[in-house]
Write a protein that binds this ligand. Structure first.
Ligand SMILES: [Zn+2]
Length: 283
């Protein structure tokens, strides 16, 4: 791939909250105090940057306000410099590095299209979901976007080998598109048709506490989301999104026509709209 084909990408990160400063004195995962030689975790793992040949691609992550589309903050650098400080060496070189190794074969197959999502077994789905969740957390922690992922989610991933936090959902889709990499933080929630339950107050709670992040790696698209309400279920786009986690349990499904545009971020946005919430007992 000629990296020049991938020009002037803009990472759309919608938000209607102000940027929060965060003191990074402890590792968000294991909560150990950081010592002087903290590691800098690559937000997009180095091996993926090399595999997709995008390490030298210039990016300008832009945090856009969803209120008026004004630019809240903007950075410019090459992808290989997209790192997150504040994560301890033990986490970075220990379990995070193992999670990369465990997923490498599956991810290469899914990114290139030589492997289909339907071919994954339960364990492969689960460790891929852990990887997607970890990558979403590290992106949010290290980027110029408001830190809307609670620290408990970081600590849960570190402490629990066999689960993700309650009401986290990871879904995937495979699709060939022009570009090979993109992400969106702050994917929108739609509460249409549900206006009685999703009143103004509940909607603003959802925007403040829920989160939804999409990634594209080659042919693989991943949407990771958190539903903050125990009285709501995920509502997923049937026959498009494959749930990686949870692999069982109750979700709602809805039908929607597929009309993907060419731009990666439009595909990601549309897939993101495929993950919504439904009040229990209402359908
Ligand atoms: Zn740590």
């Amino acid at each position: 791939m000629d990296s020049h084909e991938w020009r002037s990408p803009v990472f759309h990160q919608y938000s209607n909250l102000a940027l929060n400063g965060m003191k990074k004195k402890r590792c968000p995962f294991c909560t150990k105090p950081l010592i002087k030689k903290n590691s800098r975790e690559h937000i997009i793992p180095k091996w993926i940057l090399e595999y997709l040949q995008i390490a030298d691609v210039k990016i300008s992550p832009t945090h856009t306000s969803s209120k008026d589309n004004s630019i809240v903050s903007k950075r410019e650098h090459v992808l290989t410099n997209l790192v997150s400080g504040g994560i301890c060496v033990d986490c970075n070189n220990g379990w995070m590095s193992s999670l990369e190794t465990e997923n490498m074969g599956t991810l290469k197959g899914l990114m290139s299209g030589s492997l289909c999502l339907a071919d994954l077994n339960l364990n492969q789905k689960y460790i891929l979901a852990r990887w997607a969740f970890k990558t979403a957390l590290v992106l949010n922690y290290g980027s110029n976007f408001h830190k809307n992922i609670p620290l408990e989610h970081f600590q849960h991933l570190f402490e629990h080998q066999d689960s993700l936090p309650a009401r986290v959902c990871v879904t995937a889709y495979q699709h060939q598109s022009k570009g090979s990499f993109d992400w969106i933080q702050g994917l929108p929630w739609v509460c249409e048709g549900n206006k009685r339950q999703f009143n103004k107050e509940k909607t603003s709670q959802l925007l403040a506490k829920g989160w939804k992040i999409g990634f594209q790696f080659g042919e693989l698209f991943l949407i990771t989301a958190y539903n903050p309400f125990p009285d709501c279920l995920f509502l997923l786009w049937r026959s498009v999104l494959m749930p990686l986690y949870p692999s069982s349990g109750t979700v709602g499904w809805f039908e929607k026509e597929q009309s993907f545009q060419e731009e990666n971020w439009k595909i990601l946005t549309e897939l993101g709209m495929g993950v919504q919430l439904l009040h229990k007992g209402e359908n």
